[in-house]
Design a protein around this ligand. Sequence first.
Ligand code: BTN
Length: 247
Amino acid sequence: LGRTILYYPVCDSTQNIAAETARDGAPHGTLVITEVQTSGRGRLERAWNSSANKGIWMSVIIRPEISPHQAPQFTLVSAVAITKAIESLTGCVPEIKWPNDLLINGKKVTGILTELQADMDRVQSIIIGIGVNVNQDSNSFNESIQSIATSLKMETGIEIDRAALVAKILFYLEKYSRMYVENGFEPIKLLWESYSCTIGKRIRASLLRETLEGVAIGITADGVLELRLDTGEIRGIYSADINLIDK
Ligand code: BTN
């Protein structure tokens, strides 16, 4: 990964550029990276705060030999890879909040957005968008997210070498993507669960049309979160906002 690099001092969103470049045939492993995004995007059509040149805003194009229904698992592969990268560079161990947030001391340090380009039965490419808050101070964040966002510098007290972290992320992304393609999801699932702050906890899941409460008991081979409701019924959650609740 990262043998082809498209670097922009400023762009709208590396995710948009990567999607276009992938459609034009960019090779597996192409990295699109920028200092500043003017319209960074998050999950569920949300804006992603990336105006400061103090984070890592990057998208990686991968072309794995998998079928489209396996693609969501790459979000979980990426979460494990970035957790490992942060742990190995800083010694700080983030927790993974399903499906794709990395938290340190309960605050978000990384978001991941995976987008799929596929035909009926073939994955053309997966675009893994990664946003890491690295060297921001608390006043770099909008007031609205100051209580929920943090940066590696805020947590460790030291300025982090962003290039070194990008290299680590690519290294672990390559390692765990290969592990996934060669050995299946089980080893990734175990790693993911070991870093998870969701499994075993009581959560509230806000879905499009309903809100469910229960205990998160695990993830399936498809990366679906399994929730045991108070009635005993087990529900699979494919996409939702989740909150841990104390009880
Ligand atoms: C989320 O937590 O909702 C996902 C955030 C993903 C942000 C990254 S930053 C690089 C790439 N470009 C974007 O516009 N978004 C992703």
